[in-house]
Ligand binder design. Structure first.
Ligand SMILES: Cc1cc2nc3c(=O)[nH]c(=O)nc-3n(C[C@H](O)[C@H](O)[C@H](O)COP(=O)(O)OP(=O)(O)OC[C@H]3O[C@@H](n4cnc5c(N)ncnc54)[C@H](O)[C@@H]3O)c2cc1C
Length: 413
């Protein structure tokens, strides 16, 4: 596909990274998005490059949590009742992928991509003159409750089998390690391989600026469909225009399902909605990102303030946000740090693109060979965005991407 005109649909971290890598190979590239770069889910994530994150969301025993998910709308994993009928087929696949053997396979696939995440981030950030945006601090998982840490042991064992580097801290080491925390934590695990981006949204914007400075085109328009020839899409239909193309990449995050279907692939894509609260002047700042093992969310010291981000709400693309979930993050945040200055606080909800087994689609099309699919990154889209872009460019150029891509195929379902 080298030196052809490629249209990338989606200007999130995945689409913009893919566009840059395709451009690096000499392709002419147009990115189409209905909003400005980074304004989708990539705008509000926790900004963590989570190399350790090889464990899928559905793990053994998740089936017993489903009633709890339905009963507690503010719990770390919740289902919106009104969305249940639509969610049911995905939920069944989600539960079906939680068996121990499947989780083991998933962790192998994810880890193969995750070990390449930080190098790809550093490569793209350097390309855009933004190397200082990547901070290699590691991150710290913290636990107040003994039973939560006890149930985390199976995660640690799985991470150990995947070669993840970590150190379990003694209770007295926790505050030396992270002095901003209240003295309530009994257990902590330090992951030195993890890193973070000082501002995830600004990173996408700056990578996009580099892409246009290199001669790439960004079109602000909604993609409605494709003109298909016998060998695949010849044009992308966006707004009132038809954009001629030699190849198409679908990187439209949580909205990719319809587009993939038009190109011959039926993918079980749902959204796990997540929330954040950002405090511009919190008065307390940890030295590195943290993860609350008790309540399943991340805390990141961004350039623009302190962000509390995470939790999962299965409620589709259209239901309005439930900002009580964001307030719940703050209740935990106040306990974590003591008094916080909440002036200028902003709350946000975003749509993680999620496949039941937590493995993204990173694949060439099977129905049409001039189509490529890069979506479904769930909780680790910021982490895997750049490496996904590199892999898609490798596939497009006919190069060996250097990892087994069978678990990521678009026709695996
Ligand atoms: C609360 C929260 C915390 C998170 N924390 C982390 C973290 O710390 N680390 C991590 O690695 N990941 C994290 N994630 C996940 C991460 O944010 C996502 O996986 C990632 O942003 C997905 O990127 P994307 O480019 O695929 O999608 P998006 O950023 O959503 O981009 C997709 C784009 O496609 C566009 N689009 C869709 N359909 C069309 C169409 N028909 N026409 C034109 N444009 C279209 C949209 O407008 C959008 O801009 C978090 C997510 C949430 C919600």
């Amino acid at each position: 596909m080298s030196k052809r005109h490629v249209v990338v649909i989606g200007a999130g971290i995945v689409g913009i990274s893919t566009a840059l890598y395709l451009q690096k190979d000499g392709n002419q590239v147009t990115v189409v998005d209905r909003v400005d770069p980074g304004e989708g889910t990539s705008k509000g994530n926790a900004s963590v490059i989570a190399a350790e994150s090889c464990i899928p969301v559905a793990t053994p025993g998740i089936v017993w949590d489903v009633p709890k998910m339905l009963m507690d709308p503010l719990g770390p994993l919740a289902i919106r009742w009104s969305y249940l009928p639509k969610l049911a087929p995905w939920l069944l696949r989600f539960v079906a992928s939680s068996g121990a053997a499947k989780v083991e396979q998933t962790s192998i696939a994810l880890r193969a991509a995750l070990v390449q995440a930080l190098p790809a981030h550093k490569e793209l950030a350097a390309l855009a003159g933004q190397a200082l945006m990547i901070k290699e601090t590691g991150w710290l998982g913290i636990f107040e409750k003994d039973e939560k840490f006890a149930s985390y042991q199976s995660d640690l064992e799985l991470q150990k089998r995947r070669g993840v580097d970590f150190k379990v801290l003694k209770q007295e080491e926790i505050r030396q390690f992270e002095p901003s925390l209240q003295p309530i934590y009994k257990h902590a695990v330090y992951y030195p391989e993890n890193a973070y981006v000082t501002d995830n949204f600004a990173l996408v914007q700056r990578l996009a600026a580099q892409f246009t400075a290199n001669g790439g085109r960004i079109v602000k328009s909604e993609v409605q469909g494709f003109e298909l020839g016998p060998d695949g899409p010849t044009h992308v239909r966006a707004g009132g225009d038809k954009i001629a193309c030699d190849a198409v990449v679908v990187a439209a995050g949580a909205w990719s399902k319809k587009l993939a279907k038009m190109l011959g692939h039926n993918v079980p894509l749902e959204t796990e909605r997540g929330y954040h609260v950002t405090l511009p002047n919190p008065g307390k700042m940890p030295r590195m990102p943290l993860y609350s093992g008790d309540h399943s969310f991340a805390i990141t010291p961004l350039e623009i303030g302190l962000r509390f981000a995470g939790t999962v709400e299965l409620g589709g693309l259209d239901l309005p946000p439930n900002y009580a979930r964001a307030e719940k993050l703050m209740i935990h945040g106040r306990r974590m740090f003591g008094e916080l200055n909440e002036d200028g606080r902003s709350d946000w909800m975003g749509h993680r693109p999620s496949i039941p087994d937590s493995v993204p689609v990173i694949s060439q099309g099977v129905r049409f060979r001039n189509t490529y699919f890069a979506f479904g990154h769930g909780h680790i889209g910021l982490t895997l965005g750049p490496v996904t872009g590199r892999i898609i460019a490798d596939l497009a150029a006919g190069r060996d991407p250097g990892l087994d891509l069978r678990p990521f195929r678009v026709d695996r379902f």
